[in-house]
Ligand binder design. Sequence first.
Ligand SMILES: Cc1cc2nc3c(=O)[nH]c(=O)nc-3n(C[C@H](O)[C@H](O)[C@H](O)COP(=O)(O)OP(=O)(O)OC[C@H]3O[C@@H](n4cnc5c(N)ncnc54)[C@H](O)[C@@H]3O)c2cc1C
Length: 294
Amino acid sequence: MHDIVIIGAGPAGLTAATYFGRFLRPTLLIDSGVSRARWIPESHNIPGFPQGIVGQQLLVSLREQAVKYGTTIQNGEVHDIKSQDGHFELNLGTEQVSSRYVMLATGVKDHLPNLRGADEALMRSLLRVCPICDGYESRGKRIAVIGNSDRAEGEAQFLKTYSDRVALIDISKFPDPARRRRLDAHAIEYLEAKLEDLLIEENDLRLLQANGESRTFDYFYTALGCSPRNKLAAALGTQFDKNQALIVDAHQQTSVERLYAAGDMVRGLNQVVVAAAEAAIAATAIHNRLRNAS
Ligand SMILES: Cc1cc2nc3c(=O)[nH]c(=O)nc-3n(C[C@H](O)[C@H](O)[C@H](O)COP(=O)(O)OP(=O)(O)OC[C@H]3O[C@@H](n4cnc5c(N)ncnc54)[C@H](O)[C@@H]3O)c2cc1C
C-alpha cells in the first residue's frame, strides 16, 4: 500500500514528485509518455530560463530532479481506478497498485487540425496552440487563427497586441456574419476556407483561395481547443466544469476525498508555471494530512 501515487509525468506530476521526495516521502509516478510539454519548441515564459528552454529538455530536467529525491517513475498507463475501503485501487493492465492518496496530473489532449505535417509543424513553431505562450514571438508577423468559435475570435483579438496582420480562418460549413462584423471592427480579416485548402510548407503556411490565388502566413494558431484527460477522475465521480476540466478546492483536492489534481486537466490557465504551482500546493497539503494522521 503506497501513501501516494502520482499519475502523469508532465510538469505537474514531476514537480509534485520532487516536493514529495523532499518531504521524505518518495513516491511512485506512473506515466504513459505523452506530455504536452514535449511539443514545446522553445519556451521563453518559464521563469529562470532567460535564453528559453526546449520542452523536451525541461522534461528531462524535471525528471532528473524528481528521481534525485527518490521518485520511482514507471512507464505505463493507468486504465482504471476504483475507490474501496478508504484507499484507491489502480489498474495498470498487468498489475494493480493500491494507494491512500492519488494525485492526477494527466493533462489535456490538443485538438490539432487534420493537416499533413501538423505534428512536425508544431515542433517548428509554424503551427501554434497557445498565444499566451508565444504571442510575443509573433510580433509583427502574418498570423492566421484557425477556428470558428468564440475562443478563436478571442485568440485573434489577443494576437492583435502583437501584430497588425491577423486573420481568422473560419473552416466551418456555416460562416458567421456577426463574427465577421465584430472582427472587422478590430481590423482582423475574416477568411472562409476548407481545411484541405491549408498547407504547411517549408518555411511558411499557405491558404489556397477559391479565386485561385493563395495567401501565405508566418504562423497558424489553431484554436480548436483541447480535452482534459479526465477518464480516471470521471470513473470516481468527480465534479467538472462545463469544459470538462476538474474542479478542485484551494488545496487542489477534487470533489472526491484524497483524490488531488494539478496541471492542465484542472480548471485554470494551461501553463507550465501554473501546473508546477498547483502541484506544489497539492503535494504540501497531502504531506501535511499524512503527517497529522501518523
Ligand atoms: C506546442 C505547445 C507549446 C507550449 N508552450 C508553452 C510555453 O511556452 N509555456 C508554457 O507555460 N506552457 C506551454 N505549453 C503548455 C504546457 O505544455 C502545459 O501547460 C504543460 O505541459 C501541462 O503540464 P501537465 O503536467 O498538466 O500535463 P502534461 O505535460 O500534458 O503531462 C501529462 C502526463 O500524463 C500522462 N498520462 C495521461 N494519462 C495517463 C494515464 N491514464 N496513465 C498514465 N499516465 C498518463 C501523459 O502521458 C503525460 O506525460 C505549450 C503546449 C504546447 C502543446
